[in-house]
Write a protein that binds this ligand. Structure first.
Ligand code: FAD
Length: 390
């Protein structure tokens, strides 16, 4: 199905094997508040590397897997089948970085990240700037051979596990004053402090908290600037395209797992002497879920194939938004139905339906909300015509 090549099927099988090894651990991790012992997580990471799943998005010349976009989707789809972020060890370091990094940054950040020795986090969103990234208040002031960074960033995912951060701020001086710039900030660094660690809907443990982080007069050498002054926003857009496609992929995996689990449960669960799968209302929930999954998977795979074939970048941008919008909304509906099919068990944290119901909610929010995706798609429809996008 889906016209996958032998190489595609091989990598998909490896990723599926990896996900299937992690799934039995989920319930215990949930009961432990999402915590995975560090030694165990290190073993998971080593296994991901051994199977060739780690940094599959990175170019081969920096040690990465050099996978096609479709293959990356196939891997992340399997990552999405696992709850509690257990499969996040299948990391995708910033694939846009090698093209703009200096040779020194390649050695200090790109290659170690690709080998699994360094981990990054993204400090972009602020209290007053989420959907509207251009509204950030964070600043970067050139001071001799250094920059001074200031700003308070929200929702800095995996800050606790990261040893460097991408910090986006607006330049306050120089010929690019007012424009965005991005910096690599090593962690810990003087002036970087956690303001607060809010609790979130999901239970992903210490390593995947999303703290509010203050950067106060953080002094970094000019060598920490990524690309050129004024480039900051273009990196964010490139990363959004990639991450939106990967969000879509993970949502496919979540829905795939939910559909499998609800179908099996509906066949086993006996009510009034009959398996509930014989009730028309339950059949409708199963059938709608698989139909919507098929549609979202076709959309996401086709988007990935377009990228691999070198589609126009604006078309890619709109299609990645469509994939994220379609797949995340689909997965939310499927999770809601799965809870319903499981009845009271669907409300228990030891069941995957309950965990996905909570964990999937953010997929419609981060990397651009569903409303923002719709705005992007509609904008491109007007500029390019719907016929070029779908
Ligand atoms: C768990 C989690 C982890 C995150 N991790 C990171 C991270 O690691 N790094 C990082 O930088 N950020 C991160 N984020 C931030 C995330 O990307 C933002 O929350 C998201 O982009 C939405 O921004 P906001 O929360 O400010 O909502 P707002 O922008 O305030 O939006 C509020 C509402 O208004 C709507 N809205 C906004 N603009 C429009 C528009 N133009 N048209 C129609 N409706 C609109 C939105 O859709 C939403 O419904 C994370 C968020 C969460 C929840």
């Amino acid at each position: 199905m889906y016209g996958l090549s032998k190489e595609d099927l091989d990598i998909q099988a490896k990723a599926r094997l990896f996900a299937d090894e992690l799934i039995p651990l989920e319930a215990a991790v949930e009961m432990a508040g999402g915590e995975v012992p560090a030694e165990q997580e290190a073993l998971h990471k080593a296994r991901a590397i051994e199977l060739g799943l780690y940094a599959s998005n990175m170019p081969q010349d920096v040690g990465g897997g050099g996978c096609t976009s479709l293959q990356q989707v196939l891997i992340q789809e399997q990552v999405g089948r696992v709850t509690n972020a257990l499969a996040w060890v299948v990391a995708t370091p910033p694939s846009w970085l090698p093209d703009v990094a200096t040779p020194d940054q390649i050695e200090r950040y790109v290659k170690p990240s690709t080998r699994g020795e360094r981990d990054e986090c993204y400090a972009i969103t602020e209290e007053g700037a989420g959907s509207d990234v251009d509204a950030i208040d964070a600043t970067a002031r050139r001071d001799g051979d250094d920059y001074l960074l200031n700003g308070t960033k929200w929702h800095v995912t995996s800050f606790n596990a990261a040893d460097y951060a991408f910090f986006q701020g607006k330049l306050t001086n120089g010929e690019h004053a007012g424009e965005h710039a991005m910096f690599l900030v090593d962690l810990p660094s003087p002036g970087v402090r956690v303001v607060r660690i809010p609790a979130y809907m999901h239970t992903l443990g210490h390593a995947h908290q999303h703290p509010i982080v203050a950067f106060e007069d953080v002094r970094v050498p000019a060598a920490q600037l990524v690309g050129a002054e004024g480039d900051g926003m273009s990196f964010a857009y490139e990363w959004f395209r990639f991450e939106r496609l990967m969000v879509a992929a993970r949502c496919l995996g979540a829905a795939d797992r939910l559909v499998a689990e609800m179908t099996a449960f509906a066949q086993e669960r006996i009510v009034q002497g009959r398996p509930i799968v014989e009730f028309g209302a339950v059949q409708a929930m199963l059938a709608d879920s698989l139909t919507e999954l098929f549609a979202a998977r076709s959309l996401t795979y086709e988007t990935a194939r377009g990228i691999d074939a070198g589609a126009d970048v604006k078309v890619q941008h709109a299609q990645c938004s469509m994939a994220k919008l379609g797949a995340s909304e689909m997965a939310g509906r499927v999770a809601d139905r799965a809870v319903q099919v499981f009845g009271g068990r669907g409300y228990m944290r030891e069941y995957a339906a309950e965990r996905f119901f909570r964990e999937l909610r953010v997929e419609r929010i981060w990397e651009g909300t569903s409303e923002v995706q719709r705005a992007i798609i509609a904008d491109q429809m007007v500029k390019r015509g719907p016929g070029r996008l779908a």
